[in-house]
Design a binder for this molecule. Structure first.
Ligand code: GTP
Length: 434
């Protein structure tokens, strides 16, 4: 097993998912959304590239293979010199259905293990440590052991448990009990959405498929669109194999972790990845202070093609995309400015995402409410709650401008979401502007 090759599969889902990420996900597939200067999924691809044993990376989803995805795949192949391809599900098949549908391509005879990564998570992937645990556990087992990445969550933050899979872990790292998104507290360890599967997963998936088919027949699903190929790793596999000596957990240490469901969590992911550049080979990507340069506070990424006036002040935790123009005296903090946006003189942007090719007028102020884990709780996570309170009111969050929005000079936009191609004519607060 040691010398055989490992396949990595990144689950990218498709257009019907990522609804909490609208309107940004209307312009790019969520996994291609840039965080700290690079598409989210590129962070995962570059982590896979660092593992020598991985000989192929597969992006698995149900997006149409359009120009954007083909271009991305070609760019990544060129940049990282890796085997990379996109496999398209004919409809959403869940987190396990695509693995089963394409089993002959993914779980081939020469594969010693299959790494599966949820595209929408953000963390420094501890792939080497997980592979080591995988090798150790499989050396002494005959059945084939699988590994799941876990992290701590906080008991006083009940939403965190009910948004993730909860795992009870034994002293030998075995996952003895697994419950997906429980309503009440089960365990302080949650599933991070990164797995290493033994090739025996093929049989396990086949039996889930057969079970689904059988229950469809027995219960006579009146819903004729029921698809037994719709399967989930978490619900169908982990809940069943937990406690059988086949599922083990590697606990994440020395890294942040979160899942990028909303614009607020994208700002948090941007901050975390930027700070991780400081001690990595991406150090040079961080902007520096210097003569004739804008004032930089903390971690800032500026694309080489962006033009930033030397009197602008940026940071901390700012990413400026390609071909952006940042005018004199502009102030940007805790924000992502997407490709081609123009920020005119003395505008002020705090906790916001400015969409592709937007124009922000002079002296305007765009501000949102940060969505960060509570720093007073150890292991706190970003809560990816919905956009609205139960009474239908918008929950204050980061301000998001969709692509091509025009903000006139001297207006204030606070805690709002502006849909693409809008031209505002005044100030707005706590609104979705359609
Ligand atoms: P929420 O219900 O949105 O809170 O979801 P979750 O965090 O449990 O995640 P979800 O099951 O929606 O997705 C987990 C990961 O699997 C994400 O990276 C998705 O991109 C991916 N995913 C979800 N459904 C599918 C699917 O049908 N096909 C593929 N290929 N990927 C999927």
């Amino acid at each position: 097993m040691i010398n055989q090759k490992i396949k990595a599969v990144i689950l990218v889902a498709g257009p019907q998912k990522g609804t909490r990420f609208r309107p940004l996900s209307l312009e790019v597939p969520k996994p291609l959304f840039p965080v700290a200067g690079y598409p989210l999924v590129e962070h995962h691809i570059s982590a896979c590239k660092k593992v020598e044993d991985i000989d192929e990376i597969i992006l698995l989803g149900f997006y149409q293979l359009d120009d954007q995805i083909s271009r991305f795949v070609d760019d990544m192949k060129r940049k990282y010199e890796i085997n990379l391809r996109y496999l398209q599900e004919y409809q959403p098949l869940g987190t396990a259905g695509g693995l089963y549908h394409f089993r002959d391509q993914i779980i081939r005879a020469d594969a010693s293990a299959i790494i599966v990564i949820h595209a929408d998570i953000f963390c420094i992937l501890p792939l080497k440590e997980m592979i080591q645990l995988y090798k150790d556990k499989n050396q002494t087992s005959e059945n084939g052991c699988h590994i799941v990445l876990g992290t701590h969550s906080n008991k006083v933050q009940p939403l965190a448990q009910s948004q993730h899979g909860n795992m009870v872990i034994s002293k030998t790292n075995e996952v003895s009990h697994y419950v997906e998104k429980p309503e009440s507290y089960v365990s302080g360890v949650i599933n991070c959405g990164v797995y290493i599967f033994h090739p025996t997963i093929k049989q396990a998936l086949a039996s889930i498929y057969e079970n689904n088919q059988r229950s469809a027949r027995e219960e006579e699903h009146d819903n004729s669109s029921y698809n037994p190929e719709l399967m989930f790793i978490e619900k169908h596999l982990f809940s069943h194999i937990a406690g059988s000596g086949q599922l083990f957990c590697h606990m994440l240490s020395n890294s942040f972790w979160g899942s990028m469901k909303s614009a607020g969590s994208a700002i948090f992911a941007n901050k975390q990845y930027l700070s991780s550049y400081r001690n990595s080979d991406l150090q040079l990507e961080l902007a520096k202070n210097g003569e004739g340069k804008p004032e930089i506070l903390g971690d800032v990424f500026i694309h080489p093609t962006a033009v930033v006036d030397p009197t602008a002040k940026l940071g901390p935790n700012v990413s400026i995309g390609s071909h952006c123009i940042v005018g004199a005296g502009a102030r940007v903090k805790e924000s992502i400015i997407l490709d081609g946006a123009e920020l005119r003189e003395n505008c002020c942007l705090l906790h916001c995402i400015i969409g592709w090719r937007c124009l922000v007028g002079a002296w305007s102020r765009i501000e949102g409410t940060p969505q960060e884990p509570n720093p007073n709780y150890p292991y706190a996570l970003v809560n990816n709650e919905s956009l609205f309170h139960s009474d239908g009111k918008l929950i204050p969050s980061v301000t998001v401008l969709g692509c091509n929005v025009v903000i006139p000079r001297e207006v204030i936009v606070l805690n709002s979401i502006v849909l693409p191609h809008k031209e505002l004519n005044g100030s707005h607060k706590n609104q979705i502007i359609l």
